[in-house]
Design a protein around this ligand. Sequence first.
Ligand SMILES: Nc1ncnc2c1ncn2[C@@H]1O[C@H](COP(=O)(O)OP(=O)(O)O)[C@@H](O)[C@H]1O
Ligand SMILES: [Mg+2]
Length: 258
Amino acid sequence: MAAIVIALANGKGGVGKSTVALNIQYAISTMRDTDSKPMNLNALLVDADDQQTSTKTCNARAKLGGMKVKGVYQPFQPIEHIFKDQDVESYVKMVTERHDFIVIDTKGAESDTSREVTTFANILLIPLSPYGFDKQALADTLKIVKKGQRFNPDMLVMVVFNKVDKKATAKNREGREEVNAIINEIFAVNGKTAADNNVFICAAELSYKPTFYSEMTKGYNVFEAARGVSLDPKTEYDKLLQEIQTRYAQINNAQEAA
Ligand SMILES: Nc1ncnc2c1ncn2[C@@H]1O[C@H](COP(=O)(O)OP(=O)(O)O)[C@@H](O)[C@H]1O
Ligand SMILES: [Mg+2]
């Protein structure tokens, strides 16, 4: 079975591509089924950014080795990861049978690798802050996505709001409307909706939590950083994964029926 490829993209830096790549890799590999049994899914992390943010975090994690949970030292499960900023697709093809999921962290939509991933990823996540985001940069990213869709029409594309202040409801709504307008301008053409082109804005949002996310440079993921203090990151990522799963199933069921 080929792996499901989840790629992160956005022309802008600092929006949370590496952060989401790392946390989603962990969330997938620790996923449980409906009977709460570990699914033991194998998720490979491919770092396709020459700045190697996610590789550095993985290395820091390896050095850290583990953490104390309720006074008991627990070793981390190692993260399978590789730095590959060229020929990503041929690499993915080579190893796809060995993994359930392959998560690809990219440099940005303007880079060669992020153009490349839009042509073969099954799922493309575009993290974005809802506040004062660069409209032109988002439009440019989405135009690249649209080009990629010519080769890859079944790709699920989801904008994920990150660094969200849940209390700023008016601002959040405004940001959502602005992003929606940009998406519609690019994808709602020729009598089709953005949804017809598999492009959505996630209902699930990731909160702005600098105290937890800053711990990631030390090698923790956000769930470990928040352990014993807040369940929010876990709840948010669970919701996000569920939403991705539902949308992904819808696309693939429709495809099977056709
Ligand atoms: N939800 C969040 N809350 C607080 N800080 C965040 C959040 N998501 C990301 N960050 C921080 O924002 C910075 C940029 O994130 P990063 O994932 O490296 O972005 P990118 O890979 O898109 O350049 C990092 O310092 C990270 O810790
Ligand atoms: Mg990055």
